[in-house]
Design a binder for this molecule. Structure first.
Ligand SMILES: [Zn+2]
Length: 113
């Protein structure tokens, strides 16, 4: 594995660790919000409650998606196909990978979709 690639792998693993922590917190929050549902009787409280629940839910979805992207990138490193565009099989510009190491398509393909 090249130095550059192991740097990227380190970066991905670090972000994964952080995201897993965030996900855990969000899931705890979701559980608490679900459990407190039955005891929320006031209408105004309920509205606030659902708003908070919605937010926690969309945050969870976002974090899960990010985790999936990271796992996919790690998987591509293992398979030796990291940095190759999924659509045209050309090398992805290193500058793009610098910005987001989980990126899956080259500049050309991503501008098309
Ligand atoms: Zn491409």
């Amino acid at each position: 594995m090249s130095d550059n690639l192991s740097e990227i792998k380190k970066k991905l693993l670090k972000e994964k660790e952080e995201i897993e922590l965030v996900l855990k917190e969000l899931q705890t929050k979701n559980t608490v919000l679900n459990e407190s549902e039955e005891i929320t009787s006031e209408v105004s409280d309920a509205a606030e409650h659902y708003e908070e629940k919605d937010l926690a839910f969309s945050q969870t979805e976002f974090v899960k998606k990010r985790l999936e992207q990271i796992d996919n990138a790690l998987d591509r490193i293992e398979k030796g196909i990291y940095g190759v565009c999924l659509k045209c099989q050309k090398q992805i510009e290193p500058a793009r990978l610098q910005i987001d190491p989980t990126i899956e398509t080259c500049r050309f393909c991503s501008s098309k979709s």
